[in-house]
Write a protein that binds this ligand. Structure first.
Ligand code: SMG
Ligand code: MG
Length: 369
């Protein structure tokens, strides 16, 4: 196949309520999409970057700049030799920028699979038709507010609760949720690197709550520190930000730093690398689950296909459209009995709704061969 053009679309999508993590609070989710036009048809993907380099070093304006100046010219140069599988090797010379690369690879993979009439789930070797859905609950202003939100999500049917934590918002909120909602609740926490090696005793106090896991407690570059923590506490240590490739996943597992892995396709450069991380983890007996970056339906559809792979044995942050959005940009994904259906159509299996793109788009720009 051949890449003819890519449209980069920036959208500002309002959130139903502010989402606060240890590093930011957002009311409007700023999104970038890649819309690939090839000789065999079009494809869509969402870039996982935030508007600021707060979750990772990537950010929207930077991701679009590297796509335009370096990544896309190389993909155009491939001419008729372009395949989704050729993208990572072609762009390997460009260090980092995995979220930018993932968006391009996924949009072209979507086009390739649509033309072949194959779903992304089939391409990845996924086996489930629906996946259990967890929900990520932001840092709140009070324990009362947190209790209300958790009660609401459980009433909707979410099968697992993840609490965002940071110093000062950890032991008490986890204790409250455990006490109010019972010992059977699947409960985990995510610190987004907010702690340090000096906080191990504090984190050990969470052992009493029988958590499924603690996600990325300390600096993403301190993989050895996570191994030391994993030795020190009972709660399984799960890595998110640290795992940017299958090689790093292999090393982190061997070091004992990753007892569980959160796979986010955007963070690791796409779905092909995600499958490699899945395979490395399964071979080592490490459970994986699918993370999220507050994706709209375009990103969520592809994440659901990944989450349906056999090694994804823990519920993911693959919540329904209504978790974040009053209006999604695709047909909404709905929670049924705590699960979301995996799309079965060709490619990512879902299309954006043009009028809703128009409503939320702040810029649309074509990059041509
Ligand atoms: O998509 O539901 C979602 C978001 C889940 O908590 C979530 N993501 O570190 O896992 C994580 C965070 C990153 C969010 S960046 C704003
Ligand atoms: Mg995380």
């Amino acid at each position: 196949m051949k890449l003819e053009a890519v449209e980069l679309i920036r959208l500002n999508v309002p959130l139903k309520s502010a989402f606060r993590t240890s590093f930011s609070s957002v009311n409007v989710h700023e999104v970038v999409w890649a819309h690939a036009i090839t000789d065999v048809g079009e494809g869509w993907a969402e870039c996982g970057a935030n508007d600021r380099p707060d979750y990772s070093s990537e950010y929207h304006t930077g991701a679009m700049a590297v796509m335009k100046q370096f990544l896309l010219p190389d993909l155009f140069k491939l001419g008729n030799d372009l395949t989704a599988e050729s993208i990572a090797p072609t762009l390997f010379w460009a260090k980092g920028h995995r979220m930018a690369k993932a968006a391009l690879e996924t949009s072209i993979l979507d086009a390739q699979l649509r033309a072949a009439n194959t779903s992304l789930a089939t391409y990845l070797g996924s086996t489930k038709t629906r996946v259990p859905s967890g929900v990520s609950v932001g840092i709140m202003n009070s324990l009362e507010e947190l209790e209300q939100f958790v009660a609401g999500y459980l009433a909707e049917g979410y099968v697992r609760i993840k609490l965002k934590i940071e110093p000062g918002w950890d032991y008490e909120p986890v204790k409250m949720v455990r006490e109010k909602f019972g010992d059977d609740l699947l409960l985990q926490v995510d610190a987004n690197t907010a702690y340090t090696r000096d906080d191990f005793d504090l984190l050990k106090r969470l052992d009493e709550f029988n958590l499924l896991l603690i996600e990325q407690p300390i600096n993403e570059e301190d993989v050895l520190g996570h191994a030391k923590l994993a030795d020190y506490i009972e709660t399984p240590v799960c890595l998110d930000e640290s795992i940017i490739s299958a090689d790093i996943a292999r090393d982190a597992i061997e070091l004992g730093a990753a007892e569980i892995i959160n796979i986010k396709p955007s963070r690791v450069g796409g779905y092909i690398e995600s499958k490699k991380i899945h395979d490395v983890s399964v071979a080592a007996g490490i459970p994986v689950w699918c993370g999220g970056m507050l994706e709209t339906g375009i990103g969520r559809a592809a994440n659901l296909a990944l989450a349906a792979m056999p090694g994804f044995t823990l519920p993911g942050d693959t919540s329904a459209s209504s978790r974040y959005f009053e209006t999604d940009l695709t047909e909404p994904f709905v929670l049924v009995d705590g699960h979301i259906d995996v799309p079965t159509g060709p490619g990512i299996g879902i299309d954006p709704i043009p009028e809703i793109i128009e409503r939320f788009a702040v810029s649309r720009e074509w990059v041509r061969a």
